[in-house]
Design a protein around this ligand. Structure first.
Ligand SMILES: CCCCCCCC/C=C\CCCCCCCC(=O)SCCNC(=O)CCNC(=O)[C@H](O)C(C)(C)COP(=O)(O)OP(=O)(O)OC[C@H]1O[C@@H](n2cnc3c(N)ncnc32)[C@H](O)[C@@H]1OP(=O)(O)O
Length: 182
């Protein structure tokens, strides 16, 4: 899809699907039950379930609820970008390492009405060192007529180091401190 500024480098590393990654049709493992994007225990969250597809792809769908309204009768652009972040954020898990978003861009193509079912399809564009380049589209039933598209870069992290300073503020601080920093 057309993007205003996103460039994938020519020199990319080889990638392989991780042997323990979700298989096609399976949900990608949840990373945090209180995550705003996918956590079932996030009270206001999007509760997205992302499924692995063939190759390095993922799929998800989301009911566009009244609480997500931005302009009258249509989804808020920030909610859509959150959903894209979550969907594309699962792609690094297909090749192994956890990654955090360093860059996210969204092209809004058509207004997306409240009450619709939005479908997402995400795809790996490549990996270069710690950077993982991804893209996704959102559509209302016909993947050939996307209503939005997105591109993102995730950078792989050492999960324990990355969250060490912040884990105290988690809704599940005690559990994470026990599991991650025994
Ligand atoms: C037991 C359970 C535990 C659970 C834990 C789960 C973990 C998650 C797992 C699964 C997720 C599933 C779905 C989630 C979806 C949502 C994800 C989000 O919303 S994440 C929140 C927002 N993002 C941040 O808060 C990052 C903030 N940024 C940083 O912390 C740093 O920038 C960091 C650590 C990512 C990188 O910093 P450096 O110091 O380690 O490394 P440097 O050298 O700066 O960057 C590495 C490479 O990346 C490039 N880079 C960095 N920023 C870039 C940018 N904005 N654009 C392009 N390239 C960039 C650099 O040029 C460098 O590239 P070269 O290898 O040298 O080529």
């Amino acid at each position: 899809m057309k993007s205003s500024s996103f460039v994938v480098p020519d020199e990319l590393d080889e990638v392989e699907r991780h042997p323990k990654a979700a298989k096609a049709g399976e949900p990608v493992r949840m990373h945090n039950p209180t995550c705003f994007g996918c956590g079932p225990d996030s009270p206001q969250g999007l509760h997205l379930v992302v499924h692995a597809g063939e190759g390095f792809t993922v799929d998800a769908s989301m009911e566009v609820e009244t609480r997500m309204e931005g302009g009258p009768g249509v989804i808020h652009g920030g909610i859509l970008s959150t959903a894209f972040d979550e969907v594309m954020g699962t792609i690094p898990l297909l090749i192994g390492p956890s990654g955090v978003t360093v860059h996210l861009e969204v092209d809004y193509i058509r207004p997306i009405p409240v009450g619709s079912t939005l479908r997402f399809h995400g795809n790996l564009l490549g990996r270069q060192r710690r950077k993982i380049f991804t893209e996704a589209i959102a559509h209302l039933g016909d993947p050939d007529k996307p209503v939005a598209s997105a591109h993102a870069i995730f950078v792989t992290i050492d999960v324990r180091k990355h969250f060490a300073e912040h884990v105290d503020k988690s809704a599940r601080a005690e559990e994470y401190k026990r599991r991650m920093y025994p």
